[in-house]
Design a protein around this ligand. Structure first.
Ligand code: ADP
Ligand code: MG
Length: 401
């Protein structure tokens, strides 16, 4: 990806001996304390290495999952520190708190070029607080641990949070290479994308993703809808969807999008068949049914094979593709084929293909695709979507002054 060329870490001047706080996105999936996909850790390496090579004492801040503003061993970054050390090829000092005695001592113990990781910043309620003063108080404490701040956690730049936003207001700051590279790709998607421009949306967060359609209806040539949100569209068309994911209050929104797509000549493609099961996750009962014949009492967990071919055909001549959200519950083989079909089609795109979203990126790796077969695999789903929605990202905006 070579994003380092675009980092503006140079603006911080000579970093030798300086303590540099780096916000990274190390929010990796864990299963029983074991990291199942280390893509985000690997994506964060270049900036950490760049700073260490410049002689900085690198203090990495990150979060894991959604702890409730207090320490919770299930969300400890300890396994991430170990993996980060392995990947860097040098030990990473791990602070067992965020701004307490351990953090202070760990940072004080760093030599030039060494790296430390603070415990999960979300163990402190100030991190995600909506109250500026509470967030600011935590940011004040974090800022005592650094002489400068580098923002490199793309997955969180859409969040107005202490370690993303408020710390930047308190220290000399710069944009890391990962964030710079991500923004660069997003600009290519929004400013005069090469056509045909196809957007594929899926995943589970229905209302999050419906928002982006609003903006893309005016920009994309084709919109392909899979994942959980497809059922709200089918329901809007008056179809039976059994016990599939549904956001009832979004039905009028879906109807409006269907109408606008028609009016604006945007091809909005919905699956023609789906894989259903008797209950969520029940692979043994998985079967393909037509999208307009979903049996009551069944749950839709993937797009069907005919839809996979339809989507692949719609992607075949694309020059620009943005894909966010798996087509089905890819974590289980019986519901992974729709996601595989779309991923395969993206690898064949002769143009810019972008995969956005933590689970989507994990899916392509889990299904055995070579990351290099895609134009760009983004580390942040929510941040990408908000950018594409035309929203201002607080964590980017704050770096501008
Ligand atoms: P991303 O992280 O790429 O933005 P999301 O977090 O929105 O994607 O969604 C990923 C999740 O969506 C996956 O865990 C997948 O199992 C789930 N999912 C996909 N299709 C369905 C469906 N039909 N019903 C329920 N969950 C689904
Ligand atoms: Mg996700």
């Amino acid at each position: 990806m070579g994003g380092l060329a675009a980092s503006d870490v140079n603006r911080l001047g000579d970093l030798t001996g300086k303590r540099v706080l780096v916000r990274s996105d190390l929010n990796v999936p864990l299963d029983d304390g074991k990291i199942t996909d280390d893509g985000r850790i690997r994506a964060s390496l270049p900036t950490i290495q760049e700073l260490a090579a410049a002689g900085a004492r690198v203090v990495v801040m990150a979060h894991l999952g959604r702890p409730k503003g207090a320490p919770d061993p299930a969300y400890s970054l300890a396994p991430v520190a170990a993996r980060l050390g392995e990947l860097l090829g040098t030990p990473v000092a791990f602070a067992t708190d965020t701004v307490g005695d351990s953090a202070t001592a760990t940072v004080a113990g760093l030599a030039d070029g060494q790296v430390a990781l603070l415990e999960n910043v979300r163990f402190n309620a100030g991190e995600t607080s909506k109250d500026d003063a509470e967030r600011g108080a935590f940011a004040d404490q974090l800022a005592t641990l650094g002489d400068a701040f580098v923002s490199d956690g793309f997955g969180v730049v859409h969040r107005k949070q202490a370690s993303v936003y408020d710390v930047a207001q308190r220290l000399p700051h710069a944009m890391g290479g990962l964030v710079a590279a991500e923004i660069d790709v997003l600009e290519r998607l929004t400013e005069r994308p090469e056509r045909p421009y196809v957007v594929v949306l899926g995943g589970s967060k229905v209302s999050d993703k419906l928002g982006v359609i609003d903006n893309l209806l005016g920009k994309a040539d084709k919109l392909l809808i899979g994942g959980g949100m497809l059922f709200t569209f089918l329901k809007a068309q008056g179809k039976e969807i059994g016990t599939s994911l549904l956001e009832e209050d979004q039905i009028p929104v879906c109807l409006d999008y269907l109408e606008r797509a028609r009016a604006q000549g945007v091809e909005l493609l919905l699956p023609v068949d789906v894989v259903v099961a008797d209950k969520f996750g029940d692979e043994a009962s998985a079967r393909v049914v037509a999208a307009d014949a979903i049996p009551a009492g069944t749950v839709g967990l993937d797009i069907g094979p005919e839809s996979g071919r339809l989507f692949a055909a719609a992607l075949a001549d694309a020059k620009t593709v943005f894909w966010n959200g798996p087509m089905g519950v890819f974590e289980q083989p019986a519901f992974a084929e729709g996601t595989r079909a779309v991923a395969q089609a993206l690898t064949e795109v002769d143009g810019l293909s972008v995969v956005g979203g933590g689970d989507s990126a994990a899916a392509v790796r889990q299904l055995g695709f070579d990351e290099d077969a895609f134009g760009h695999i983004s580390t942040g789903g929510g941040a990408s979507l908000e950018y594409l929605e035309g929203k201002t990202l607080p964590g980017i905006d704050v770096l501008k002054d």
